[in-house]
Every structure is written in C-alpha cells, then in structure tokens.
Design a protein around this ligand. Structure first.
Ligand SMILES: C[S@@+](CC[C@H](N)C(=O)[O-])C[C@H]1O[C@@H](n2cnc3c(N)ncnc32)[C@H](O)[C@@H]1O
Length: 269
C-alpha cells in the first residue's frame, strides 16, 4: 500500500531499487530506525516490524492510527480543507492535550502543508504554511484501516536510532534512511534543532559493522557525498538516480545521485 503521510526526504522513488533487497533477504522482521512516512515498510507490508523515529508527533500518530483508526478518520474527515481551518488547527496543535485528537491534527496538517515538510520554530510550534496547490483528499477509511491492520504487528518507538539498532537480531532486515547530515548543519543554524549530524553519521557507520556481525541484513540510502563515500566504501555501494527537491520546493526538481549501501549483493528487481 502507499504511505499515509507525505514526508520530505521520503524514498518513494527508490522503492523499485530497495524492495528486491527485502525479498532476497528472506528476513523474519523488518526494522526501520528513521521511519518518517515509512514508504518502503508500507510498500512491502511485512508480517513483523519495528519502526523508530525521534519525532514524537509522528510516533504518536502511528500509535493512534493503529489503535483507533475509526476515530482518526472521523475527526479528519470532519474538518474542511481550506486555509482558515488549516491555520486554526496549526495554532491548536501545541496546546492540545488529547493524544488521539493531536494525532488527527498532525495527520491533517501533514496532508495539507507545504511539501510534507515537518518543521517547528524555537518554541516547538509547527510552522509550515498551507499548501497553495491541492495535495489531494485525505486517505479514505479503507486505506486508514488497511494501514492500522499492518501496524498491528509492528512495534513503534520514539527513540534515537542507536536505541532501535541495539534491538536488531540475526533474522532481521534493517532499512536505514537517515537525514542528510550536512544539510542539517544549515537547519541547525536556522531552527536550533539538530537530530542528526556528521558525528551521528560516523556512529551509524560503526553500527553497520555490528549489524553485519550479528548476521542481519541491512540496506541504507544516502545522498552521494564525500562523507558517504568515505564511511560506506567498505560495503556494496550502488549509485542510482532520483529526482530531488531543491530547498523543499517541488517546482525546483533536479536529478540527484543516491547511494544504496548494503551488506548484501546487489539485488535485481
Ligand atoms: C529521510 S527521513 C526518512 C524518510 C523515510 N524513509 C520515508 O520513507 O519517509 C529521516 C527521518 O529520520 C528521523 N530522525 C532524525 N534524527 C534521528 C535520530 N537521531 N534517530 C532516529 N530518527 C531520526 C527524522 O525525524 C525523519 O523522519
């Protein structure tokens, strides 16, 4: 199925390259420590999975979706999709105390915000503007229920990638899609909220050796860059092209090279 959320940096376009690795791995469980919209997870629909992300609203949303899909649908479908309603919900998000209502608000904002970007200001307030272009209707109840069913066999944790990766076992398949560490330097200056920098990339690179030593399989995608070639050269590295938005603007698309790094041989579609 397709992912329910829109997410900047989603690897939707790479699914055709990534899925064959999962199929070839014959793994029992799917692990994704940088989940975001979890496009690959929703595409392959694994029977058992562990998802993690540091974004607390995102993790809260998946949990609410899994446990109360009808309520999430009922709430989101009762809200008009227009600028006034969007800004009213945006202003209420930070003061809302009920996790289910807050998750429905997060879902609505995600589907109607500019380019699926998640960004907060210094006070932690979500500050992405309303999308000027139509992003399409909210997912219908059947899609929401299908996602909830898939999430039933999934553990979802608000944790740093290091904590999630400690739980990896021999029969796991791990898909890693970290943020681009260098780009984050700019985001840090702008928004004072860095969650993944070059030191983290170095630690992640060390952890890949632990995953491999366990006998688990991993696949990682990362923008081609000097640091990626330096850290990941030890593994099987493929270059694939994809479209990337420049500075978050879908109108400024350019072809970019993405690296697929794995401890498996190249898996053919
Ligand atoms: C490129 S996005 C992943 C996109 C995802 N593959 C998809 O299909 O939408 C990176 C994600 O990593 C999360 N993240 C950032 N720093 C993290 C950290 N230290 N530990 C775990 N997750 C982190 C972000 O919140 C974001 O959702």
């Amino acid at each position: 199925m397709r992912p329910l959320l829109r997410w900047a940096g989603s690897k939707k376009q790479l699914i055709g390259h990534l899925r064959p690795y999962w199929e070839a791995s014959l793994a029992q469980r799917y692990v994704e420590p940088f989940a975001g919209s979890a496009a690959l997870f929703f595409d392959i629909e694994p029977k058992a999975a562990l998802l993690g992300d540091v974004n607390s609203l995102l993790v809260e949303f998946y949990t609410a979706l899994r446990d109360t899909p009808d309520r999430i649908f009922q709430l989101t479908s009762s809200w008009a999709i227009n600028k006034e309603k969007y800004y009213e919900i945006r202003a209420s998000l930070i003061v809302e105390k009920d996790p289910i209502l807050r998750s429905a608000m997060f879902f609505y904002l995600n589907r109607n915000c500019f380019n699926g970007i998640f960004r907060t200001n210094m006070r932690g307030e979500f500050n992405v503007p309303f999308a000027a272009t139509k992003t399409g209707a909210m997912p219908d109840i059947s899609e929401i229920k299908q996602a909830a069913l898939l999430l039933k066999n999934t553990k979802i944790e608000k944790k740093d990638f290091r904590e999630i990766l400690k739980k990896v076992k021999a029969d796991d398949f791990v898909f890693l899609d970290p943020p681009y560490a260098v780009e984050n330097r700019r985001i840090f200056v702008q928004y004072n909220a860095q969650t993944f920098g070059l030191a983290d990339l170095e630690e992640l690179s060390d952890t890949l050796h632990c995953i491999d030593a366990l006998g688990a399989k991993f696949v990682m995608s990362y923008a081609i860059s000097a640091e990626a070639l330096h850290y990941f050269d030890y593994w099987n590295v493929r270059r694939v092209t994809c479209q990337r938005n420049v500075a978050g603007f879908s109108s400024h698309r350019r072809k970019a090279v993405e690296l697929i790094v794995s401890n498996m041989e190249k898996a053919s579609p």
